[in-house]
Design a protein around this ligand. Structure first.
Ligand SMILES: Cc1cc2nc3c(=O)[nH]c(=O)nc-3n(C[C@H](O)[C@H](O)[C@H](O)COP(=O)(O)OP(=O)(O)OC[C@H]3O[C@@H](n4cnc5c(N)ncnc54)[C@H](O)[C@@H]3O)c2cc1C
Length: 474
């Protein structure tokens, strides 16, 4: 027998890890060589915050395996073939990747390894149900969440595997976690100009142990009120598990099992996890949707472009729009590297429908800054909000920052937390555009950059333009 290689990617944990069990079986008495590869194709477009979080997750993973984790840097196909030759391995095991770039890469890796007589074994994925599995009656991809949810829910219960006994085998590393952080962020879009890159607050606790503690905290407390409270911006009512799910320090199977079947909160939580799986499925069937709207008619929607549009984009990104709830949302992203779900919807809606800027600009900024930045959830969260994606969220349903604040931040707790210069002004005045600041007071808070009503009307006019262009198109 020869040792097997476990290539870690978005599965940085030891528990509930089917691929690791396969690696243990394949390696037998010769053990498992754990490896992570610093791949520029993935690191270069990632903002520095997420890269630092990834490095922290890897440091925790390494600790949990007696420092055996091997770090290599370069083209994964070449690096894995080299490592396999060095240690005499004939099997490399992975948790499967269903995102467009990952699928292409794994195909190349599989072919390259096969030429060297090494088998690439794929097992499980970052999802409870692999993308592409849930289908309609005719084997079709499902385009509507509610239909997907019914079929997804019927699959299971999911088996949660324990941590296996692993005989870890070491091999030389040729890279460090500092290299990882240094290599990140090289493909910074020019659009970002002098926007800040680093988050102001602290990174969330990283690694499998932190993920399990966060899950335990959530299921012992907030899950009870989750269905009612999850939309209230200022409440710590949601799980904050997204960064852990992003890097696989926690698998959704474990989260689903811990949440249990009963109760309104658990049911809602499970349906939110299903949104993540739905969007991965949509991306699997529509890899072009990273660049193109799912609904063809939106290809003709006119966006603002040029220096003034780019300046407006940066004002939005800095949380200096003069619309308090939008600014609170955008500053939460700058400070925490995370944003409340409803705040993401509101901030995205404002960019697209009040500033008339391309949703892809906003999606890029979110992906740059979010610790939980995930291609499928982000792309389709943006497309949903921009009205051009899945489901029944029509373009003309435009989020009102005032109504959202009145409903979900009535005492302005969220606004006051992230926009401290408005802390002296109470609700309801502070919920309004301009934050109730007396224009003569020379306060540092900006005047509203747009008139909400006028720009709402303008968005609807542009929708008509898009529809007409679509009808005229051959
Ligand atoms: C414009 C936009 C961009 C987004 N970008 C991302 C992203 O890059 N990465 C990301 O993980 N989520 C993204 N989301 C979804 C959602 O906002 C976050 O998953 C959620 O806020 C994370 O907080 P939480 O872990 O406390 O969520 P909880 O409310 O506790 O939900 C539990 C888990 O369910 C999943 N989930 C919840 N809501 C959604 C949703 N609407 N879509 C997909 N999955 C969901 C997440 O994995 C989350 O961790 C985006 C949403 C929008 C509207």
């Amino acid at each position: 027998m020869a040792p097997s290689i476990m290539w870690f990617r978005r599965d940085l944990r030891l528990a509930d890890h089917p691929a690791l069990h396969d690696a243990v079986r394949a390696g037998g008495r010769d053990g498992v060589i754990p490896v992570f590869i610093l791949d520029d194709a993935l690191l270069a477009p990632s903002g520095p915050t997420r890269a630092r979080f990834l490095a922290a997750c890897l440091a925790e993973l390494e600790r949990s395996m007696d420092a055996a984790l091997v770090l290599r840097s370069g083209d994964p196909a070449r690096e894995l073939a080299t490592l396999a030759a060095e240690v005499g391995a004939s099997t490399v095991v992975i948790s499967d990747d269903f995102a467009p770039q990952g699928r292409r890469r794994d195909q190349v890796v599989a072919e390259h390894l096969a030429e060297a007589g090494v088998e690439l074994v794929r097992r499980s994925s970052p999802y409870a149900v692999d993308p592409g599995t849930v289908r309609g009656d005719k084997g079709n991809a499902i385009k509507v969440f509610s239909a997907f949810w019914r079929r997804w829910e019927a699959i299971g219960p999911h088996v949660v595997l324990p941590v296996p006994a692993v005989r870890w085998r070491a091999a030389p590393s040729t890279a460090t976690l500092d290299d990882l952080v240094a290599r990140a962020g090289r493909l910074r879009p020019a659009l970002f100009g002098d926007l800040p890159d680093e988050m102001e607050g602290a990174l969330p606790a990283a690694g499998e142990r932190a993920a399990l503690l966060a899950l335990e905290h959530f299921v012992e407390g907030p899950i009870e009120g989750y269905a009612n409270d999850r939309d209230v911006f200022a409440l710590p009512a949601t799980s904050r598990l997204s960064p852990h799910l992003r890097f696989g320090t926690l698998h959704p199977r474990t989260a689903l099992r811990a949440a249990g079947g009963g109760g309104k909160g658990a049911a809602k939580f499970s349906s939110e996890l299903c949104w993540r799986e739905f969007y991965a499925d949509v991306l699997f069937h529509n890899p072009q949707s990273v660049r193109e709207p799912l609904q063809a008619q939106f290809r003709h929607l006119p966006w603002d472009e040029g220096p003034a549009a780019e300046a407006a984009f940066r004002t939005w990104a800095l949380g200096r729009t003069g619309i308090p709830l939008v600014d609170a949302a955008m500053r939460q992203l700058l400070i925490d590297g995370w944003m409340h779900n409803r705040a993401r919807m509101l901030a995205a809606s404002f960019l697209v429908k009040h500033l008339h800027l391309d949703w892809r600009w906003g999606a890029r900024w979110f992906m740059w800054r979010l610790v939980d930045g995930d291609l499928a959830s982000n792309t389709h969260g943006w497309q949903w909000t921009a009205g051009c994606g899945t489901d029944a969220a029509p373009f003309y349903r435009i989020f009102s920052p005032i109504a959202q604040a009145e409903r979900f931040d009535p005492n302005a707790d969220y606004i006051h937390t992230y926009v401290p210069e408005l802390s002296g002004i109470s609700a309801p005045a502070v919920l309004q555009p301009g934050g109730g600041v007396d224009l003569l007071s020379q306060a540092s808070y900006p005047v509203p950059m747009v008139d909400l009503k006028a720009e709402r009307a303008e968005a609807l006019r542009r929708l008509d333009v898009a529809k007409a262009a679509n009808q005229a198109a051959p």
